[in-house]
Structure formats: structure tokens, C-alpha cells
Design a protein around this ligand. Sequence first.
Ligand code: KG4
Ligand code: ZN
Length: 338
Amino acid sequence: MLILGIESSCDDTGAAVVEDGSIVLSSVVSSQDFIHAKYGGVVPELASRRHIDSIIPVVEEALSSAGVALNDIGGIAVTQGPGLVGSLLIGLTFAKAVSYAARIPFTGVNHIEAHPFAAFLKGRNEDKDVPGFPAIAMIVSGGHTTLLLLKAHTEYEIIGTTLDDAAGEAFDKVAKLIGLGYPGGAAIDRVARDGNADSHRFTRPLISKGSLDFSFSGLKTAVLNFVRSKGSLSPEGIPDLAASFQEAAIDTLVTKALWALEKTGSNDLIISGGVACNSRLRTKAAVMAASVGARLFIPPPKYCSDNGAVAAALGYHQLKKGIIGSIDMNALPTWEGF
Ligand code: KG4
Ligand code: ZN
């Protein structure tokens, strides 16, 4: 069964064609970074307007590069939340209109629940291990830091979440503070490679022993206070500061992932979302997983950040279970519990 996945929750317009919830025939993402960079963050109104311009060409490209036509598609999966309401409405309204006109069933997917499905994606002739259940999914993105216990493809429990800033938000805010621009996560990752992570010891925000919740605003404030105490940052000091902040943030994520494995007895760990592109997180999570004999799944960066393929993969399992969305245009984006 071929699913057309559509994603427009924030500032990327994504569309993909995925077979049977795993084989990616195409995945097209149109980034808006060049629009929002000069404002230092996503401007919701500009994001929605750009989605309007991009959605049709992105979907057409996804279909044509998969070599399929709309009437080959068996289901449409679209992100219905959480995200920016104006952005979500573009993808959702478009998906409902296509579903109605082409008589293809559609299903609305939760964006956070969809992120870990990156671990199930592969190429047609690719032979790779996929997670089993139960699995821990750590979703680390610009808007969320969430731990899920996945019990089956469409069954999960939220076991941890951030009490304030998301991990990606902390990376973006610190990057802005030290002059690395927006979006800053990838820039911190790059600059930190030339820095000494032991140059400043920032407290790891663990909340309390065993807690699966996160809190990153204190770490961000600690970096701000450090910068203020210095008066100004020399260009040579930036890599050290970036590396020290990154080490504290990544240590926290890896510690919580370990605690989640221990608490639930799960042996499989998926890490996804934009921050999962981070090279230090990839290294430290691999060391941690090896030390406890856990299986670690961190998908390739193109599937960790926002894309339509993860929506299609989750949507496939929802449609198989008969979870079909209403094409009522008055139904608004929803995201209970997130
Ligand atoms: O999942 P995503 O593409 O979009 C959301 O749903 O938010 O995540 C975007 C976030 C941004 O905060 C960005 O700075 C961060 O992921 N990010 C990174 C890296 N690449 C992207 N953070 C740390 N290291 C990276 N290499
Ligand atoms: Zn995301």
C-alpha cells in the first residue's frame, strides 16, 4: 500500500511516498530557513504563506520522483498537530481536499508520535534492523523533548517531557546568544568540534535522580550569565563555550534515555527529531547503549528532521487499524496530551 505523507507543522513543507510503512519511494522537503534566518526564529505568518506556495509543487515532486500517480496512492497521512496552527492548516486542508477529490482515505497523525517512525524507514533494497516493542523513543526537536514508551506501532505512553524549553530551543537560543545565527543547533555542533568541552562546567539539569522530565531553561540562563560575567566573548572563546554547553545538554539527554531504558526494561532506543542530527549526541548515545547492551536506532539526519515520510509511516499503521480522519473542513488541528 502506498501512502502519501504530508508535513507542514512548522517551517518545512514535506511530502513523501512510502510503501507499507517503511520503503521510501520519495521524500521531498522544502526548507524555509532562508526566510526566517533574518528574524532569528520562525515567523508563523511567513511560514503559513510559504506553505501555501510550496505545498502543491512539493507534493507533485514527491509523486513524480516516486514514479507514481495520485490514483496509485492508497492513503494520505497528514500531520495534524502539534505545531503552528496556520502552518498545520495548510497541510491539513490540502490533504482533506485531495482526499475528497480523489476519493483516497486520509488519516491525521501526531507529529511527535511520527518522529520515531524514521527508525522504520529504509530504501527498497536496503536490509536493516528495525526496532522491536516495547521501545523507548526520545524525540528531541525545536518544539519538543519527549520520551515515549512505544508498545506497538500505534500505541504509546508519554513517560517524560520538558517542563520548559525544548532541547532544540535551548540550542537555538544559545546559538543566538553567542552569535551563531538561526537555526543554531547545527552551528553549535559544527563550532563545538574545535572547542574544549571541559573549559566550563555547566550543571547538568537532571531535575532529580530517576526523573524522566527535562528542563533546559536553567542551562540556557547559565550560559547567558557566563557571557554577561565575561562582558564580551572573544572569537576564540566561542568554540569552548559551544562545546561546554553542548556537552551539558547531551549528557542530560543521554542520562534520561538511560534512565528510561532502566525504568521500563526496554532494550530498544530510538532517538529522533532535529537534535538527533547532533554528532555528539550520536557518539555519546552509542557509547551508553553499548555499555548496557541496548539496541540504538538514530535514523539518518534527513529523516530525523521534519519530513513527510515519517507521517506516511505512522499513517500506514493507523489506516491499517481503520483510523480514518474526517474531511470536515471545520475540524481544527488537534494534539491532545502534547
Ligand atoms: O525536528 P525539527 O526539524 O523541527 C521541529 O519539529 O522542531 O528540529 C529542529 C531543531 C532546531 O532547534 C535545530 O536547531 C535542531 O533541531 N538541530 C540541531 C542539529 N540540527 C538541527 N540541534 C543540535 N545539533 C544539530 N546538529
Ligand atoms: Zn519535528
